[in-house]
Design a protein around this ligand. Structure first.
Ligand SMILES: C[S@@+](CC[C@H](N)C(=O)[O-])C[C@H]1O[C@@H](n2cnc3c(N)ncnc32)[C@H](O)[C@@H]1O
Length: 203
């Protein structure tokens, strides 16, 4: 498996997406950090010795609220400029990696979150397989996504297309269907435009 250490440029043949590289220094001015109460409640932290992964975690906007609640909090993202912001935050480890192929051992994380990132990745099926591979038995994955069944989110999808983002939004049901692994159980919660897909791996 390809190893991408923090500080290395992308080793992949896909170019780093320009949108997030340009947005990185201002990202949290536009999308302000806010304690992810629902995610925190569902993850059931702290788990002694547990390590949390934020896949596509960008600037650590969300991950920063997990710092100190777990043995370590790892932010994996393909855009180094976003990770540079994450690394300014105390308690976060930034790793430059694609979510489709992350340089971590099997079952190394008790909790995995992916917020507002699944619709941005190039290969969603490969990403879901990776999240599952990395999750410890008894652990949880929480994916937060804009709910594409809502009109406002369809509009957002159109705007992202117009600005040449390669977004592909899946409905909560489509995300759940990708976790068709033995030992996976899932449920969905929705509030307003946002959907949370909560996945558990049988211990
Ligand atoms: C909208 S931002 C969300 C960042 C963070 N999760 C948050 O909520 O603030 C989407 C992030 O996904 C990252 N990303 C997109 N495709 C990726 C991939 N295949 N592997 C890793 N990161 C990816 C982008 O670099 C960007 O930082």
């Amino acid at each position: 498996m390809t190893q991408h250490q923090a500080g290395e440029p992308n080793a992949e043949n896909r170019p780093e997406p320009g949108h997030f590289r340009l947005l990185a220094p201002f990202y949290e001015h536009f999308i302000q950090p806010k304690a992810p109460d629902r995610i925190l409640a569902h993850l059931g932290l702290p788990q002694p010795g547990g390590v949390v992964l934020d896949a596509g975690g960008g600037t650590g906007r969300v991950a920063q609220f997990f710092a100190g609640k777990a043995a370590a909090v790892v932010v994996a993202d393909q855009t180094f400029a976003m990770l540079r912001e994450a690394r300014k935050k105390e308690g976060l480890t930034g790793i430059c990696a694609l979510t489709e192929e992350m340089p971590f051992r099997n079952e190394g994380f008790c909790c995995i979150i992916m917020v507002d990132a699944l619709h941005h990745v190039a290969d969603q099926e490969a990403t879901i397989r990776e999240l599952w591979r990395l999750l410890k038995p008894g652990g949880r994955i929480i994916i937060e996504e804009p709910d594409i069944r809502r009109f406002e989110v369809k509009l957002l999808a159109l705007i992202e297309k117009l600005v040449l983002m390669r977004s592909r939004f899946l409905s909560p049901g489509q995300v759940t269907a990708l976790f068709n692994f033995p030992g996976a159980s899932s449920r969905v919660e929705v509030a307003g435009w946002t959907a949370w897909i909560i996945i558990e791996k049988t211990a």
